[in-house]
Design a protein. Sequence first.
Length: 151
Amino acid sequence: MEARFDNLEYKNIDKLIAGFITGEQKEQLKFHMIASPNITFNDAMQIIQSVTTHFLTAVIKQNPNAKEDVYDAYNFMASSVLNNLIPDYELRRDLDEEAIMELEKQKIDEEFAKMTPEQKEKALKDIDEMKKRLTEELKKNVKPKKDNKKV
């Protein structure tokens, strides 16, 4: 197999994973994936890891303030992939959603307790502004159901 990327030519490609998107409008977008028939699971995972690492490194280099967003987005994506692939498997059976929420609440309460009164006031104001913004966004994005009831 041969391939050409950015004016570089690669010959005798033994193992390849590639993805691309076709379609000009959002409604027409299609995601395609191709892979060499002889690629092993481990080789495929190495390629995916390497591509992901290089891509996310480039994103962070372009915008160093995006580290948390990159972390959250990748964490969400990886969890989503595993949940879609093996929905009945729980990595930490001892930590269900309720337990995780309780731990998060406890951590927030601990951090909040460390704040000065001025910091607490600002944090609460920021939360109220965020709630307002999210509520407005939700109202804009609510789509009527077929029976004309709002979701």
